[in-house]
Write a protein of this length. Structure first.
Ligand code: DQA
Length: 146
């Protein structure tokens, strides 16, 4: 199976950005971690980051027919973007919503997610390790659905 890991706004700054909240691991480190996990699971992996909502929507559209599942850390667009939610619904691929931080333990405005409404599951609060967990969850889901 082939998985798209898509990272949204500000995640290019991981490692430098509020390390007390998001950890000291860079996005390049996370990509390496994902590549190792994907290799161990026999998955092929595409890893992307964009600060732009429209570019993320284009990447989700392009995933149709190219990938079997999407792992999405939509950053702050999680809490605002009906357009990203609609894009996920449109491509009918299983999606796992992912966050480094535990969004439910933070500000009220981070407690709602449009992505969760169309995701098969949500992983948050485990830092960079969440990417590993999300890939494993997706691999099992894809195996179960044949
Ligand atoms: C985040 C949580 C969001 O609320 C925040 O806007 C981010 C990162 C996370 O991974 O913890 O940019 O998605």
């Amino acid at each position: 199976s082939s998985i798209l890991v898509l990272n949204g706004p500000n995640l290019n700054l991981l490692g430098q950005r509020q390390p007390e909240v998001y950890g000291s691991t860079s996005l390049a480190d996370i990509e390496n971690l994902c590549r190792n996990t994907a290799r161990a699971l026999g998955l092929s992996l595409t890893f992307e980051q964009s600060n732009s909502e429209g570019a993320m929507i284009d990447l989700i559209h392009a995933a149709r027919g190219q990938h079997d599942g999407i792992i999405l850390n939509a950053g702050a667009y999680t809490h605002t973007s009906i357009a990203l939610m609609d894009a996920l619904s449109s491509v009918e691929l299983p999606a796992v919503e992912l966050h480094l931080s535990n969004i439910h333990a933070r500000e009220e405005f981070r407690h709602t997610s449009y992505i969760a409404k169309v995701a098969i599951g949500v992983i948050c609060g485990f830092g960079a390790q969440g990417y590993d967990l999300a890939l494993r969850a997706m691999a099992q889901k894809l195996q179960a659905s044949g």
